[in-house]
Design a protein. Structure first.
Ligand SMILES: Cc1cc2nc3c(=O)[nH]c(=O)nc-3n(C[C@H](O)[C@H](O)[C@H](O)COP(=O)(O)O)c2cc1C
Length: 201
């Protein structure tokens, strides 16, 4: 487990989540680590068919665990979740939740949920690790703005034995370059990259 991975989950190229991904990578590099940035929008991911194949295909691993495994990039995106020392997600809030492309990919992790439920060691015995999330929302207020995203992420990450650290959240970030107008926010993100890498086992 030598690397970290940063999943940039916005549909908008060059926006706030992308900027955050760059800053997290900078922080990881400053702490002596290595980070790959993966842009979810650049990958083709089909919706889970809810066919229950993964629950019945006991001990099948990798692409073979899902009927769609050979047909799209979902598994390629999951692979680093099995091997990375730590992972980061940077995402906007869309309608009080995660963007649909990101959620579509999350639903495909049902194959790992099924394997873990069955106690299959290749998933159940993954090392316990910590995941980090940075969320951006356009609205300046709203008590429940980040609630749905956080609950979903917590249980998604649990499939891979990741615990979700307290998310870094930014409100009132709406226009494409809004993060860049807040050097204080940017410093917090770089610092997160540094400390997350330094504290990862
Ligand atoms: C489809 C869509 C839905 C959105 N829904 C919300 C919302 O429910 N609450 C909110 O505060 N901002 C909402 N926003 C604004 C984004 O969260 C905001 O513009 C964010 O900075 C975008 O991040 P990005 O630059 O990484 O794409 C929405 C934006 C889009 C495109």
């Amino acid at each position: 487990m030598t690397k970290s991975v940063i999943y940039a989950c916005s549909h908008r190229r060059g926006g706030n989540s992308d900027r955050t991904a760059t800053l997290l990578a900078q922080g990881v590099a400053e702490a002596g680590g290595e980070a790959n940035v993966l842009y979810i929008r650049n990958h083709s991911v089909m919706a889970c068919l809810a066919c229950d194949y993964c629950a019945k295909a006991k001990f099948k691993q990798g692409m073979a665990r899902c009927v769609l495994g050979q047909q799209d990039d979902a598994y390629e995106l999951f692979e680093p979740m099995l091997t990375a020392r730590t992972v980061f997600f940077t995402s906007p809030i869309y309608f009080y939740h995660l963007p649909s492309l990101f959620k579509t990919w999350i639903d495909r992790s049902q194959q790992f949920w099924a394997a873990k439920q069955l106690g299959e060691p290749w998933v159940a015995d993954l090392p316990k690790r910590t995941a980090h999330v940075v969320l951006h929302a356009g609205r300046p207020a709203g008590d429940k703005l980040f609630e749905g995203a956080q609950v979903t992420l917590k249980y998604f990450l649990n499939n891979f034995n990741f615990t979700l650290a307290e998310p870094l959240i930014f409100r009132g970030i709406d226009e494409q370059n809004d993060m860049e107008a807040h050097p204080d926010f940017e410093q917090q993100i770089i610092e997160l990259g540094r400390t997350a890498w330094a504290s990862a086992q």
